[in-house]
Design a protein around this ligand. Structure first.
Ligand SMILES: [Zn+2]
Length: 506
């Protein structure tokens, strides 16, 4: 028991620190240097278009040669690339040998203003360059493109020129020299050629050792690389069941089909490490295996519970602006709640995960609110986003349950958010007011949500626990269930799955 618990806590510590994400690139901020120069020079400033490109892999040098053209004629003079993504910097420095060509194929001179920012002397219609794709050696292999010995991940978002302004984000690409390829977010045209509606969310998995499990309903493709201690069938069943649980939590599913990729890191990696990224409709999980079959499946389940949430939030909705403070905390919290609903974890586990979040929140940097941490997530505030974000979700869930006599919970708010801002409706509302409004619609919790978002010190858990059935443990450092909860408190605990755990022995 003790060691089992030890493993769980260790896993949870790692989980809270892990850079799990699905942030969309904010291209605008990096282009200030180029824009300033161009405006000063009085040049016409025109943006990139839909692209047709060939991406040729070189397994020897772990790089790709890209040659392409803009599909719709326009005054294109500038090409810019992703600088950093999800805390991985130096992406633009990987690009070299840029050539820009005019409409007749003639060479057009171009200047480099900053790494990855090119401005041509006249209109260009085609380009070629190479990109070195050595795997990031610390973290980031689930977030940026890499190749190693003929296998790897290609995110078109950091390989092709950025979409600037309101230009089309589509691309058709031909991938050459890939031994084993699978694609997320694009449709296959002919052998090796793909149409991608949004190149920022297109992912290509390159591996000679990839197999596909198709789950027809929900439309999930599970792509598994190499040997694992879990069974493929069990993994597929797990993914489908968790997907269905989220479908009922959110009251519907986003537009599929979805791909879930489970692959190994670039190099042999000791057990216990994983990274994941949910890009568009594709979940990429890079992981080392766990030593035993049951652990291996449990770990996959944990990874899926978090990442599947992101297919709904943020990827399934159209909301403008950054709101990691909400969807990362809610993903962590709902991953635990869904773990309870499906009996993947015990109520004890849920309580200990929240205790961990409380402990982390107490050590988070002073003077930084959730709202502020969202902007500096990759500059050391990831813990605030995750730990305080999770606690905020818990506090709001408790408050909804308390005020509604256990009739409403965080699920109602999530359902409203998804229903009102489903990407297919394309409302493109501002995220923060939309989230606060969704809370305000239930038991007037909008003000509390705003308070939690703006509070620049650790959250006041003690106050939130009053009449909830929980209390701080004797040491005051963690959470526990009250010895004798009253009937209203019992109703709240049961709503959260307290009885599931008591009835079931796993
Ligand atoms: Zn996440």
């Amino acid at each position: 028991m003790f060691s089992a618990k030890g493993v769980l806590i260790e896993k949870q510590l790692f989980y809270l620190f892990a850079k799990l994400k699905s942030m969309r690139a904010n291209a605008g901020i990096h282009l200030i240097a180029l824009a300033a120069v161009l405006v000063a020079a009085g040049a016409t400033f025109s943006y990139g278009q839909a692209i047709d490109a060939e991406i040729r892999l070189d397994a020897q040098s772990n790089s790709v040669e890209v040659s392409g053209r803009f599909l719709d004629a326009g005054e294109v003079r500038n090409i810019a690339f992703e600088h950093d993504f999800a805390g991985v910097s130096g992406l633009a420095e990987r690009i070299s040998r840029m050539r820009t060509l005019g409409a007749n194929g003639q060479e057009v001179a171009s200047k480099v203003f900053a790494p990855g920012e090119y401005a041509a002397a006249e209109t260009i219609s085609a380009f070629s360059y190479s990109v070195r794709l050595d795997a990031p050696d610390r973290t980031g292999q689930a977030h940026v493109s890499w190749l190693k010995n003929g296998r790897g991940v290609l995110f078109l978002g950091d390989i092709l020129p950025l979409v600037l302004g309101k230009a089309s984000s589509s691309a058709t690409v031909r991938i050459i020299n890939a031994k084993g390829i699978s694609v997320g977010g694009c449709s296959s045209l002919t052998e090796g050629k793909y149409a991608c509606a949004d190149r920022a969310s297109a992912v290509f998995i390159i591996s000679p050792d990839l197999r596909t499990m198709k789950i027809p309903d929900p439309a999930l493709n599970l792509l598994i690389e190499g040997a694992w201690n879990f069974d493929d069938d069990a993994a597929a069943k797990e993914a489908a069941e968790l997907f269905e649980t989220y479908r009922s939590v959110f009251g519907g599913a986003p537009q599929g089909p979805f791909d879930i990729v489970i692959m190994k890191f670039a190099d042999e990696t000791p057990p216990g490490r994983f990274e994941a990224d949910t890009r568009g409709r594709t979940i990429v999980i890079l992981s080392s295996d766990a030593p035993f079959k049951s652990q291996s499946l449990q770990r996959l389940s944990l990874q899926l519970r978090h990442e599947l949430f992101h297919l709904w939030l943020p990827n399934g909705v159209a909301l403008a602006g950054r709101y990691d403070w909400f969807y990362e905390g809610a993903a962590l919290y709902m991953a635990s709640r869904v773990g309870l609903m499906t009996n993947r974890i015990r109520f004890d586990d849920f309580v200990s995960q929240l205790s961990t979040a409380i402990a982390f929140d107490r050590t988070s940097p002073k003077g930084v609110s959730l709202a502020m941490a969202g902007d500096t997530r990759w500059q050391g505030n990831a813990t605030t986003i995750y730990a305080r974000g999770m606690l905020a979700a818990f506090i709001l869930d408790l408050e909804l349950l308390k005020r509604s006599k256990a009739k409403h919970s965080l699920e109602h708010v999530l359902r409203k958010l998804f229903n009102d801002h489903d990407r297919r409706k394309g409302s493109k509302a501002e995220a923060v007011p939309a989230i606060l409004d969704a809370f305000a619609a239930f038991d007037d919790t909008g003000r509390l949500a705003k308070e939690l978002l703006e509070r620049s010190e650790p959250l006041n858990v003690a106050a939130a626990l009053e009449n909830s059935g929980f209390e701080l443990s004797d040491s005051g450092r963690g959470l526990k269930v009250k010895e004798k909860p009253n009937s209203r408190e019992k109703a709240i605990l049961n709503k959260l799955g307290y009885n599931n755990w008591r009835k079931l022995s796993r």
